[in-house]
Design a protein around this ligand. Structure first.
Ligand code: HEM
Length: 541
């Protein structure tokens, strides 16, 4: 049989250039021509006018004029760090991804973020935090694009523009919600009661973390894993911080915002600089992959629901250590492009309709944010695996591709690239799980199991220690107190009545509103965990 050719990396545009930039000691133009003066424009005499022919002036200013790229439409403010993920091997029975094999070391880049604020906003605001990890595995990039809260506001990607419009600054004066008006946020979550569980988590202390180093991370959605024997499982991803989970109290958060708006960013980089490398363990909750995709009454495809660890323990599969700060914020933290569809063989998506919406959204927004279709060639996004795609040309193409037949199959170019499994070189499990969908009817509808909007908010609230419950009451009273609309305030208090009578009474009392009765039958969640979700049994060092 014909020997299998190694996949070749395309050539970079300038093979003679050092990878680093700048090169040489002399200051040059972008074309490499040495410059004599970069401090004065070329003028007709010392008093001007300035001449249009001064190309150096125009090049310098033009480039500066275009230094900024659009900030992310959400999660614009972030901080990143490099590290290494070491696998324990405990996940390799259920997942054939090579980076989960025992002892495998995989480089990672993590970006932590707030959701609502712009790039220059403050760190210690009440918000959900993003926790996105890029694993540069030998089988391609795997991105785990999660948050520090295990549930989400909405159940369907089509609602994402709505929820984001509601949490962003009001369009008239662009005053952020966190400082002033809160009308649209409370309007949204009281009208879309599916958002009540997430709202409860971020009214709790989780909404104001002490440090990125002290946050849990959650993949939120349920994913599917395929083991080496072909068997499949449904899983939820968890990051557990070695330092335990800690939060600020509201007054600390406010003071910190004023004194050091970069508090979390500084904390992360200083810890790494000092050698106190932050660590997390990666864990999995594993569920049987059956047709219902339910676990003890919890719909695993509903991203507003989590599964308490008392019902499904988390098995640790590896450890991540962040040990290197970025050397250039723009090149790394700003240009990194995560995507929940960056998967490796052994890990697949499920039909969670929120996840399905995300699969479209990230690449779509990155086409604009990163200026065209070639952003996977940026150093921070470059896979640490051979790339032999048939994607060609486009804006900001930096490769010089060779050959004449970028299509498959072809009989030219000295051998067509093999597909996985062909030619005996890459016996990889097929990445797309052959799930049955053909009997379905096309419709815009949710399963009935998505209708319970309150039981998990109740379960979470009742799991908290008394002092944490007090913080939740104070947070609702404070934040809802900023909402100008009486109708909206009353509607949200009604939602609280459906969650917990004591919480509702405390908040309504603070706001001077009548205490309503519950108007919805709320099923009791499968289990109210007795251990506080804050910290749990994780050791604090
Ligand atoms: C960005 C998490 C839902 C659209 C991000 C980031 C995180 C994240 C961590 C920041 C990535 C970075 O640091 O570069 C999540 C989680 C979700 C969720 C955990 C739900 C469980 C959605 C949905 C959509 C969406 C439903 C749209 C349908 C976006 C977009 C960005 C983003 C457009 C900006 C990406 C970029 O410019 O690079 N998300 N997200 N997200 N998310 Fe989500």
């Amino acid at each position: 049989s014909t020997p299998t050719p190694e996949p070749t990396q395309p050539k970079k545009a300038n093979p003679n250039a050092d990878p680093g930039h700048p090169q040489g000691k002399a200051l040059t133009t972008s074309q490499g021509t040495p410059l004599k003066d970069t401090d004065h424009s070329l003028k007709a005499g010392p008093r001007g006018p300035v001449l249009l022919q001064d190309h150096h002036l125009r090049e310098k200013i033009t480039h500066f004029d275009h230094e900024r790229i659009p900030e992310r439409v959400v999660h614009a403010r972030g901080a990143g760090a490099h590290g290494i993920f070491t696998s324990y091997g405990t996940g390799s029975k259920i997942c054939s991804a090579e980076f989960l094999a025992e002892g495998a070391n995989t480089p990672v880049f993590v970006r932590f973020s707030t959701v609502a604020g712009s790039r220059g906003s403050a760190d210690t605001v009440r918000d959900t935090r993003g926790f996105a990890t890029k694993f540069y595995t030998g089988q391609g990039v795997f991105d785990l694009v999660g948050n520090n809260i295990p549930v989400f506001f909405i159940q369907d990607g089509i609602k994402f523009p709505d929820v984001v419009h509601a949490v962003k600054p009001h369009p008239d004066l662009e005053i952020p919600q966190a400082q002033s008006a809160h009308d649209t946020f409370w309007d949204f979550v009281s009208l879309h009661t599916q958002a009540q569980a997430h709202t409860m988590w971020f009214m709790a202390d989780r909404g104001i973390p002490r440090s990125f180093r002290m946050m849990e991370g959650f993949g939120v959605h349920t994913f599917r894993m395929t083991g080496p024997d072909g068997s499949t499982s449904l899983v939820k991803f968890h990051w557990k911080p070695k330092l335990g989970v800690h939060s600020l109290v509201w007054e600390e958060a406010m003071l910190t915002n004023g004194a050091d708006p970069d508090f979390h960013r500084r904390d992360l980089s200083e810890a790494i600089k000092a050698g106190a490398f932050p660590e997390w363990e990666l864990g999995l909750q594993v569920f049987e992959d059956n047709e219902e995709q339910m676990f003890k009454g919890i719909d695993l495809l509903d991203p507003t629901k989590f599964v308490p660890e008392e019902l499904a323990p988390v098995t640790m599969v590896g450890k991540m250590v962040l040990d290197r700060n970025p050397s250039n914020y723009f090149a790394e933290t700003e240009q990194v492009a995560f995507h929940p569809g960056h998967l490796v063989p052994g890990i697949d998506v499920t039909n969670d309709p929120l996840l399905q919406g995300r699969l479209f959204s990230y690449i779509d927004t990155q086409l604009t944010r990163l200026g065209g279709p070639n952003f996977s060639q940026l150093p921070i996004n470059l896979p640490h695996a051979p790339v032999n795609d048939m994607l060609r040309d486009g804006m900001h193409q930096t490769y010089i591709h060779e050959g004449i037949a970028p299509y498959h199959p072809n009989s030219l170019d000295g051998g067509c690239p093999f597909m996985a499994g062909e030619g005996g070189n890459m016996e990889l499990p097929f990445i797309d799980f052959p799930e049955r969908v053909a009997e379905s009817v096309k419709e815009r509808a949710n399963p009935v199991s998505f209708d319970d909007h309150y039981s998990q908010a109740r379960m979470f609230y009742r799991s908290l220690a008394t002092v944490e419950q007090l913080h939740v009451q104070q947070a609702y009273a404070f934040e809802l107190g900023k909402c100008a609309s009486e109708t909206v305030r009353a509607r949200q208090v009604q939602a609280l009545a459906n969650i917990d009578a004591q919480l509702c009474a405390a908040v309504a009392g603070e706001l001077g509103l009548p205490v309503p009765e519950a108007d919805t039958e709320v099923p009791d969640a499968a289990l109210c965990p007795s251990v506080s979700q804050l910290g749990g049994s994780w050791p604090v060092e």
